[in-house]
Design a protein around this ligand. Structure first.
Ligand code: MSP
Length: 487
């Protein structure tokens, strides 16, 4: 998984660099985080299957006060705490079949820190870092300062808590200097923001102008943070530290940057709407200041809500994805995320809705179709059906090229219905008894249709696709139900 290549690679015909946000390791990941990772994974698998060289980065955002607090509450050493949590993250990713290439940890002094320090120096050389005093309303849950008008009834709208008033010495970054250039790049589509509603939101924000942002913290507040070059009293603040992971993981700043040369600029950053401002304004400004190319696409997804609220550790309405995987399997969770939630909007998730979708579309839909076809194949075909190689249908790839994984899944399920209807119409199980040759031809066609579905569905349900393709290869019925019905 950590297949880092340190030699210069020959540029392949097309590379695809996709990143997830790096997660705060102050607690285990919840379903919302699993959602982000599944969206990334489906797109990463798609680009791999169409022949591109994919690099998929994920990781943990470790240099934060949240972590110190959480470790303290559990009476654990910060390092031990972080190691345990990171193992938990990787365990979830493995249970969910997430095909990532690297897991970067921002506490990694060899892998991450040189990149953050190198970038800070570039911003300083550009004259974009200056000292100042910051005072503001700080939400420790968001690790962000807010103005009065950002708050609802004086509270942070995400954490529903009253922010603290803070005054301190900080270094600032001249974000204001880059407002119009970023706006222009977004308008021209050089930095593409998906969906349009989020693009418009960012353009409106940029239209109002951006203030400079605080880029450091006193070391006493974040003792394990990355030191500011030339000032031992300050550490680099969250965003200038965390966002840099996208390039530090590729070796930027380390002297050996073959991966950086090969994969940067990123083809796609996937992120939730709460961190849009950081990715669509601060990150591009940092890159422009450092004269580094901008990422090509930002895909902004909504929140998985539970009872109408964002699923959040601070609110306490989280569903543990591991419990759901234990009960239904990884593919069922991946299915729900893909088909039942729009990648561009919020989606609510309750256990009842989950079970209903599982029974209707996996147990009855795909599971039932695959077992009917394989039962006919095993009973009436003497040998396995050879599967012709085929590429994805155009409509399917069109949706994936637009990052619309839900529409791509809808397309697969419409193919499932089409195949179901074709069985009803031709009744090959009857036909084969009166006209063996024609009946067998019909069954072979169904097996080929099923293999096409498996090929597409493999991006979303990799375990199920493997089982279907194995059954086809062996011309055998499944030994157990693909998706046992849940009552
Ligand atoms: N550490 C920052 C990101 C830094 S990226 C350079 C962070 N971490 S987080 O753990 O709070 O969130 C990580 C991602 O999970 C974000 O994209 C966030 O939007 C997403 N989600 C957190 N809760 C979510 C839901 N309930 N639903 C969907 N995604 C959610 O922010």
């Amino acid at each position: 998984m950590f297949g880092l290549k340190r030699k210069k690679d020959v540029k392949s015909s097309k590379n695809f660099y996709i990143t997830s946000p790096i997660f705060y390791p102050n607690a285990n990941l919840h379903l919302g985080h699993a959602y982000t990772m599944t969206v990334c994974d489906i797109l990463a698998r798609y680009h791999k299957v169409i022949g591109e060289e994919v690099y998929f980065l994920t990781g943990a955002d470790e240099n934060t006060g949240k972590v110190v607090k959480a470790a303290f509450e559990q009476n654990k050493d910060v390092g031990v705490f972080l190691d345990e949590i990171s193992k938990g993250f990787e365990n979830l990713f493995s249970r969910l079949n997430i095909s990532y290439s690297q897991f970067i940890r921002t506490s990694d002094k060899e892998r991450h820190w040189p990149g953050a320090i190198a970038l800070w120096k570039k911003l300083t050389e550009a004259g974009d870092i200056y000292p100042g005093t910051y005072s503001g309303l700080y939400c420790s849950g968001c690790e962000s300062f807010y103005t009065e008008k950002d708050l609802i009834d004086g509270k942070c709208s995400i954490h529903l808590s009253v922010p603290e008033k803070i005054e301190e010495k900080n270094y600032f970054f001249k974000l204001s200097k880059y407002t119009s250039v970023i706006k222009e790049k977004i308008e021209k589509g050089e930095l593409n923001i998906i969906p349009d509603s989020r693009r418009n939101e960012v353009l409106a924000l940029l239209g109002r102008g951006l203030d400079d942002v605080s880029f450091s913290r006193p070391i006493k507040n974040v003792p394990h943070g990355i030191p500011v070059p030339g000032d031992s009293e300050q550490v680099i603040y969250v965003w200038c530290d965390a966002l840099v992971n996208y390039i530090s993981a590729l070796g930027f700043g380390e002297g050996e940057d073959a991966l950086f040369e090969k994969f940067w600029p990123a083809d796609l950053h996937v992120l939730g709407k709460d961190i849009l401002r950081f990715h669509a304004a601060i990150w591009p400004a940092m890159l422009l200041s450092a004269k580094i190319s901008l990422p090509k696409n930002l895909l902004i997804h909504g929140f998985i809500t539970s009872g109408g609220h964002k699923m959040s550790k601070s609110i306490g309405n989280v569903i543990n994805p591991i419990d759901l995987i234990d009960e239904y399997g990884a593919d069922a969770v991946r299915y729900y995320f893909t088909r039942e939630i729009s990648p561009f909007d919020d989606g609510d998730m309750t256990k009842e809705k989950f079970k209903e979708a599982y029974n209707a579309n996996l147990s009855n839909g795909l599971g039932n179709l695959a077992s009917r076809i394989m039962k006919m194949a095993e009973t009436y075909l003497p040998t396995p059906t050879p599967i012709p190689t085929s590429s994805f249908p155009e409509e399917f790839t069109k949706h994936l090229d637009n990052f619309d994984i839900q529409k791509a899944a809808d397309f697969i399920w419409s193919e499932i219905s089409r195949l179901d209807e074709s069985i009803q119409k031709t009744e090959p199980f009857k036909l084969v008894k009166v006209d063996e040759k024609r009946g067998q031809e019909e069954i072979k066609n169904l097996v080929i249709g099923l293999s096409r579905i498996a090929h597409m569905v493999g991006l979303i349900l990799p375990e199920t696709a493997d089982k279907i393709l194995k059954a086809i290869k062996e011309n055998k019925m499944f030994s157990s139900s693909l998706f046992p019905r849940k009552d």
